[in-house]
Write a protein that binds this ligand. Structure first.
Ligand SMILES: Nc1ncnc2c1ncn2[C@@H]1O[C@H](COP(=O)(O)OP(=O)(O)OP(=O)(O)O)[C@@H](O)[C@H]1O
Length: 862
């Protein structure tokens, strides 16, 4: 684009504004259009499918141009933002008709993927989080904000915590300092800010000013220096970069105590299909559970599923409300009916704070708050319901009164349309409206009077934007027009005139309309600001409503699917009787029913379940249903089982053998091993581990060896993590002979002459062979091929290669136990080993042997 003397004044103004937003698409308001120029125009035309033209830019050059009418902003803006662009909206800052020279323009809002209030950009049932990261050495401060709802969360920790946070909250935009490079791959849109935005003093002052507090102690974040800096950067980004200064709906800063929640990594979340992802067709747990009636409840439920609790008391509090709803179906029904009428109050409050709430939306807020009141009333009337967990509703009577009495029942979207404020609120407004409303009557009278006076029978009064009110006379009566009328327009069949009286009256009506608009505007703003005073209380009640919505959903889903109340305890036992997979059971073809299975697992007798069975038997389903039942119980939901006693779990890990895994360039086996290593380095005594076909990404020998070693490691690990191990390698059944907490199970099948029937029942004991060929038959492989496979199998078995492997694994158990004893790194064991080696047994007397044994016993603390 050429600059300098050839620029028109408009392009000069454009260039100077665009220079401040080099990385955003600038929507430049010119008259009734938003225009884009140059590179921006090329991009916008491509994304929006609008026409790209060229226009003269000064004397000799041309520039690309693409634009759309200003009232289509709502349609086009979301498309730009959703395609990952930042969009700067540049408006006319003065009335063009009053401007001297070129109209003043400036950017009024910068919309980015993570900072938007636009309903069309936002997803109703997902939060839209902006994540700010501040790094110092190997520690990170993290701040998450959903500006549309005002939720603001902070935490600190190492890179693993940052990764975990990103996995769980899926921010749509990440901001961080220019000078750092993050050691992880970010999928979200990201933006780097100048260093100044990441200063402690600046951040502390910004936060205390915003929350109007002296310090941050009340939020429990005073000592979180890194998180404070990250939060400060968010405020810098909002106020300086994206022009959002009205942020009263961000009413508190919450510490995210990740230690209070069950730890699950991204792989586990995806593998268990907890919330599903946009591009997958599969049904998630969220989809089964989410019968929420409000968007707020839907968003909160999504977070609950990703963050199951570890504290029994809170879980039980949730469960007892679910229990109440299950037993009081009448109340549940009435509350559900009320919930249906509630709009997205969290986001309406964001708009209220930002002074961008329109009358229609204010009406939604009014209606929603009335439903809040009704829900409170219904619950308060019931003696059995307690508010201890939820907290008491804040009193919103004043606001309800204001809203009920100040705004009309049916409201327009645009304030400028009028008819927003009720009669009786302002005497002046009522008077002006009377003038406006009586104008029709007055004009009709005037028309009649003039028609009689002049003898023109078809006289008509009308209005247009060019010369206001006029009298229209058909050509046949033209001669009767009195001289004092002023002709304004000649049409084919008629002529239009104005009169002094008409003009006078017109100025009165138009004056009244202008005054009405001004007055209604002021009254509306005043009303909004009065409501804003209790914004925090509305937020508080909204939280209660969201929780009720979820717990009611849990009750409904429980009734619909015959779930039961789980029992949580502090033991290290998971004891599920007749558990089912909540998603698969809903998807079975008509006539088939899900076969329930019981699973018992603890850290004393049955720590590792070695589960064998042919492909398709239902091993993965069993593994996942166990984890899903635990997770459901720990979010406070009833569970698909006849009975479930759950010793609280603090981490859930899932790993699936390579061929089930989507590889991304790396060797699938390498990915599998990496993933497994990360489990082994993070296990705790309350972990639940699901290993599905681990080791199958490599040759049988390698696979068996690795799977064996992993199972052995988990068995020997002092934390004794509870593990479900699904495998094709029946050689691993040998382990149960030597490792006392490893137990063999198989998902049973029945072998008929030529085929197998899946019974899907988990039964004790190992299985003898793999049935791969049977499954190949079932899958419709050509008969010739499966016959040939059977022949090959026979030959191989004759050669004993697989049997040999089995014999070797048998030997391995003994050999292995000895090896593992002496190979431990413990220095005490090392000393014992030396003692024994240096002892000459041949020269030892029986008494000396006993003393030696005693000495060894002492060394190991016996
Ligand atoms: N308990 C059950 N009751 C009814 N149907 C079941 C049950 N378990 C599994 N199924 C059905 O069988 C299918 C296969 O189950 P699953 O994937 O768990 O088998 P698998 O043993 O893990 O097989 P593979 O080794 O091939 O991965 C499931 O998609 C489901 O439709």
């Amino acid at each position: 684009m050429s600059k300098g003397i050839q620029e028109t004044p408009l392009m000069k103004q454009y260039n100077s504004i665009k220079a401040k937003y080099p990385d955003a698409i600038l929507l430049f308001r010119v008259g009734d259009f938003y225009e884009t120029f140059g590179e921006d125009a090329i991009k916008a035309a491509g994304i929006l499918g609008i026409v790209l033209t060229k226009r003269a830019n000064g004397k000799a050059t041309h520039i690309e141009l693409a634009g759309f009418p200003h009232h289509s902003l709502e349609v086009y803006l979301p498309k730009l933002v959703r395609s990952g662009l930042r969009v700067a909206i540049c408006d006319q800052l003065e009335n063009p008709s009053l401007a001297k020279g070129i109209v003043k323009r400036g950017v009024t809002e910068l919309v980015t993927p993570g900072v938007t209030f636009n309903d069309k950009v936002l997803e109703a049932k997902s939060n839209n989080f902006l994540l700010s990261i501040h790094q110092e050495k190997n520690l990170y401060g993290m701040a998450l904000l959903d500006v549309s709802t005002g939720e603001f969360l902070v935490t600190e920790g190492e890179i693993s915590k940052l990764k975990h946070l990103i996995d769980n909250f899926k921010p749509t935009e990440i901001i961080y300092q220019k000078r750092i490079s993050l050691p992880i791959k970010i999928q979200s849109y990201s933006f780097q800010l100048e260093d100044w935005a990441f200063q402690y003093d600046y951040a502390y002052e910004k936060l205390t000013n915003h929350f109007k507090t002296h310090n941050l102690k009340g939020f429990g974040v005073e000592a979180m220096k890194l998180a404070i800096i990250a939060s400060g950067a968010i405020f810098a980004y909002l106020t300086e970069d994206t022009h959002h200064k009205l942020l009263d709906h961000i009413s508190n800063i919450q510490r995210l105590p990740q230690d209070n929640f069950v730890w699950m990594d991204d792989f586990t979340i995806r593998n268990l299909e907890l919330v599903g992802n946009a591009d997958s067709q599969s049904v998630s747990l969220l989809k089964i559970l989410d019968k929420t009636r409000t968007n707020m409840g839907g968003r909160m439920l999504r977070r609950w599923i990703l963050m199951p609790l570890k504290e029994i008391e809170t879980i039980n509090n949730r469960l007892s409300i679910v229990d109440f709803f299950v037993k009081s179906t009448d109340i549940s029904y009435r509350i559900e009916e009320e919930l249906k009428g509630i709009s997205d109050v969290e986001r309406l409050l964001g708009k209220l704070a930002g002074e961008r709430i329109n009358p229609k939306e204010l009406g939604y807020l009014r209606d929603s708050l009335q439903h809040y009141e009704k829900i409170e009333e219904i619950l308060k009337k019931d003696k059995k319901f307690t508010f201890t967990y939820l907290g008491e509703f804040k009193d919103l009577q004043k606001i309800n009164f204001l809203l009920a009495n100040h705004i009309k029942e049916d409201l327009p979207v645009a304030l400028a349309k009028g008819e927003v404020i009720k009669e009786g609120v302002s005497e002046e407004l009522d008077k002006l409206r009377a003038i406006k409303n009586h104008s029709k009557e007055y004009l009709d009278n005037l028309c009649l009077r003039e028609s009689e006076r002049t003898g023109i029978p078809s006289l008509k009064i009308d209005f247009n934007n060019v010369f206001g009110y006029y009298l229209e006379v058909r050509n046949t009566h033209k001669s009767k027009v009195p001289p004092e009328w002023v002709r304004k327009q000649t049409l084919v069949n008629a002529e239009r005139y104005i009169t002094e009286e008409l003009k006078e009256y017109e100025s009165q009506i138009l004056g009244a309309e202008e005054k009405i608009a001004l007055l209604e505007g002021n009254l509306y703003i005043e009303l909004c600001s009065q409501i804003k005073e209790q914004l925090v209380d509305i937020q508080y009640n909204t939280r209660i409503i969201s929780i009720l919505d979820i717990l009611l959903t849990f009750a409904n889903v429980a009734l619909e699917n015959s779930y039961t109340h789980p029992h949580l305890n502090e033991s290290r036992i998971i004891d599920i009787t007749e558990g089912r997979h909540p998603v698969i059971e809903k998807q079975l073809p008509l006539g088939e029913s899900y076969i329930a299975n019981s699973v018992y697992i603890d850290d004393e007798k049955q720590q590792i379940l070695m589960i064998t069975g042919p492909n398709m038997a239902g091993k993965s389903a069993l593994l996942r249903q166990t984890a899903l039942i635990v997770i459901m119980a720990q979010i406070g939901s009833f569970v698909p089982a006849k009975n479930a006693n759950i010793g609280i779990v603090d981490k859930v890990f899932t790993r699936v053998g390579a061929s089930d895994n989507l590889s991304k360039g790396e060797s699938t086996f390498m990915v599998e091993m990496n993933e497994t290593a990360s489990i082994l380095n993070n296990i705790s005594d309350r972990s639940l581990i699901l290993l599905d076909e681990i080791g199958r990404g490599t040759s049988t020998y390698d696979g068996v060896s690795i799977a064996w070693a992993i199972a052995e490691y988990l068995h020997e690990h002092p934390t004794r993590p509870k593990t479900l191990f699904a495998t094709h390698y029946h050689e691993l059944n040998e382990m149960a002979n030597s490792f006392d907490r490893i137990k063999n199970f198989n998902v049973s099948i029945k072998e008929l002459k030529d085929t197998i029937v899946f019974l899907r029942k988990l039964v004790p004991g190992g299985s003898e062979h793999s049935f791969g060929i049977h499954v190949a038959k079932l899958a419709g492989m050509p008969v010739k091929l499966t016959h040939r496979a059977e022949e090959i199998l026979k030959t191989l078995e004759k050669n004993n290669s697989r049997k040999e492997l089995k014999n070797r694994t048998k030997n391995l158990t003994e050999e292995n136990m000895q090896l593992s004893f002496f190979q431990l790194d413990d220095p005490i064991l090392e000393n014992i080993r030396e003692e024994i080696i240096k002892t000459d047994i041949n020269s030892l007397t029986p008494i000396e042997a006993l003393m030696k044994l005693n000495q060894i016993k002492k060394m190991i603390g016996g």
